[in-house]
Design a protein around this ligand. Structure first.
Ligand code: P1T
Length: 380
């Protein structure tokens, strides 16, 4: 089955009891047992819920995985993965990751594990770190947030196996539609479902997909013990949103390429980063491992933070807001907003400067989006 069919039919089968074409929302906290311990596979919604089970089936299908686990947010799936590792583990993590991931690793799990941040686009650095530290896990966000750096998933997975290290890919920016890390050799793939998978900016959620049954059980047990489950209604909203993933992703990518080309020619833009541009440093790897280039663009405005603020408060069709991956276009200033928890010196060492602006290109009419940017450029 192709992905555009899977998003609609895997986990989306008609209700067996009534024939309802849309899955029911099992808005229940508990389930009646016929005698103690005798039930239909469902005891309590923190542990399992039939609406969530359908979503997990759909997500496993989309990432070609045997198992999926859905949680209350992207960060809560990251938390469960960290708890699943033996304390004192070493984790190699990309040096450019979502600010909340960086905060979770450096201010919460830093007392339990050792984190080493390196540029995972540099395979020599990756191999040297694997050899020296023999980490339990390598955490690869690709493309990265917000610099859109692209790491070679296949090459890293091969290297990691050599040193008995597990590889996880944060695939949030590509969605399962444009990139499937497990097919490229990764052990686990995670998403903030808040973004493209749901696609409508009305749910917070996270998920992990994997083939390792033991690890899946461990993560489920942790989720059940700690409690960050997703509500049945939110799981239903994601099941509803994911049905249009294929058409949305194609539309995001089409608009984003046009905007990236427009920005590349604009005299008030210092540099544009978009995986679909041949000027992107890892464009070749992007073409090899992704089937589309996504809807995220980062650009450096010619000028200082004052000019950025003017630009960001002038746009109208682009809403100034954190998050990404919804049908509507969003714009934000990573240094002040999504990556404020990364210390300035660290931000600057990786090139996340104060004149950097991030776009989540929506699926509106391209002419309206470009007209909106034009107006903002005229003001700076
Ligand atoms: O927000 P939450 O669902 O908990 O997901 C966290 C997360 C994890 N990984 C990546 C790559 C992300 O981008 C995020 C969340 N990012 C934003 C809110 C943002 O605006 O970048």
């Amino acid at each position: 089955m192709k992905k555009a069919t899977k998003v609609i039919h895997v986990g989306g089968e008609p209700d067996k009891e009534t024939g309802a074409i849309m899955p029911p929302i099992y808005q229940t906290s508990t389930y009646v047992q016929s005698s103690p311990g005798v039930h239909k596979g469902y005891e309590y919604t923190r542990s399992h819920n039939p609406t969530r089970t359908r979503l997990e089936e759909c997500l496993a299908g989309l990432e070609n995985a045997k198992h999926a686990l859905v949680t209350s947010s992207g960060l809560s799936i990251e938390m469960l993965i960290m708890h699943a590792l033996p304390s004192g583990s070493t984790i190699i993590c990309g040096d450019d990751v979502y600010g909340g991931t960086y905060r979770l690793f450096t201010t919460v799990f830093n007392t339990i594990h050792n984190f080493l941040f390196i540029d995972t686009t540099d395979l020599k650095k990756v191999e040297a770190a694997l050899k020296e530290h023999k980490p339990a896990l390598i955490w690869v966000e690709t493309p990265t947030n917000p610099l859109l750096k692209i790491s070679d998933i296949k090459a890293i997975s091969v290297l990691a196996k050599k040193y008995k290290t597990k590889t996880i890919v944060d695939n949030t920016f590509m969605s399962p539609y444009f990139q499937n890390p497990l097919d490229l050799g990764a052990d686990m793939v995670m998403h903030s479902m808040t973004k493209y998978i749901n696609g409508h900016s009305d749910v917070i959620g996270g998920c992990v997909m994997l083939n390792d049954k033991v690890m899946h059980k461990k993560l489920w047990t942790l989720q059940n013990s700690i409690g960050p489950t997703q509500s049945p209604f939110d799981s239903w909203l994601v099941l509803r949103g994911v049905k249009t993933l294929a058409v949305r992703m194609e539309a995001h990518a089409k608009n984003a390429l046009k905007i990236a080309k427009y920005l590349e020619k604009h005299p008030k833009v210092e540099r544009v980063i978009y995986p679909g541009l041949s000027s992107h440093p890892q464009h070749k790897i992007a073409k090899k491992q992704m089937s589309g280039f996504g809807g995220m663009i980062t650009f450096f405005l010619r000028g200082d933070i004052k000019k950025c603020n003017k630009f960001l408060s002038t746009v109208k069709t682009f809403s100034l807001a954190e998050s990404l991956g919804g049908v509507e276009s969003l714009i934000e200033h990573p240094a002040i907003m999504t990556h404020a928890s990364v210390p300035k010196a660290v931000r600057e060492s990786i090139g996340l400067t104060d004149n950097l602006i991030r776009l989540s290109v929506g699926i509106e009419d391209i002419e309206d989006l470009i007209a909106d940017l034009d107006k903002a450029f005229a003001k700076v």
